[in-house]
Design a protein around this ligand. Structure first.
Ligand code: HEM
Length: 206
């Protein structure tokens, strides 16, 4: 496969670091925006709901971006994409933590009895909680040391991300109840990413 000039650019250590820093800064923007809204009184009539939904949206978006890395690498031949996957995955987890913190601190005021009731009684919260539990082992094993230690088991464990994606879409779907257009878009993106992976897997087997 021939190497493009853009690929040569991102292959150099300096450019690689530059792209990583630029991506890191970009990924902080969804955190900066609600902080800006807070200081400009622009969080709307229900600030807690705005923050909770915003962080939930970005957790899901960055999660889908993380899932898009492998297909993008295969489609473009840019192997360097892979070096940004870990950072994307950790940012997805960071926004999940922000989302859950906003629920526990701002929405429920640390009322763990009410939180427990929510997890048990409200299916969309049960789904969100389940996806969070599944994300923890992935975040814990994201270090280079863990990748080396777990080897093939790491790959198997990290396939969990597709199931997590489905459970999160379900979390969103069950939350909206009537107007399902937005979760349907995310479900469609997830289906394409999963379909691509399945197609590639079957192609390799035959
Ligand atoms: C313990 C785990 C979780 C809890 C308790 C939780 C809780 C919530 C709550 C209370 C809402 C808003 C409901 C409303 O305003 O009526 C919400 C919405 C949402 N959550 Fe979660 N969530 C959890 C996990 C997750 C995870 C892991 C993700 C993504 C990776 C996620 C993504 C979303 C999205 C996309 C929305 C909808 C935002 C919108 O309306 O645009 N949640 N969640």
């Amino acid at each position: 496969m021939s190497t493009s000039s853009a690929e040569v650019f991102v292959s150099t250590p300096f450019a690689g670091k530059f792209v990583k820093s630029a991506l890191f800064t970009l990924l902080l923007i969804p955190l900066a925006i609600p902080i800006y809204w807070f200081y400009t009184n622009a969080l709307g009539a229900n600030p807690i709901e705005t923050i909770n939904r915003w962080t939930g949206d970005w957790a899901l978006r960055v999660l889908l971006l993380t899932l898009a890395v492998s297909p993008l690498r295969r489609l473009t031949g840019w192997n360097n994409f892979i070096q940004y996957r870990r950072m994307l995955g950790l940012f997805a987890f960071f926004y999940v933590c922000m989302h859950i913190s906003s629920y526990i601190i701002l929405d429920q005021f640390f009322d763990f009895g009410a939180i427990f009731d929510d997890v048990i009684k409200r299916p969309f919260i049960t789904a969100g909680f389940t996806s969070f539990l599944m994300l923890i082992p992935l975040a814990v094993t994201s270090t280079k040391k863990m990748v080396e230690r777990l080897q093939h088991r790491w790959i198997i464990l990290h396939r969990l991300i597709y199931i997590i994606g489905m459970v999160v879409v379900l979390h969103f779907w069950w939350m909206v109840k009537i107007d399902t257009r937005e979760p349907a878009i995310y479900a469609g993106i997830l289906a394409v990413l999963l379909g691509y992976r399945l197609f590639y897997y079957i192609k390799r087997k035959i």
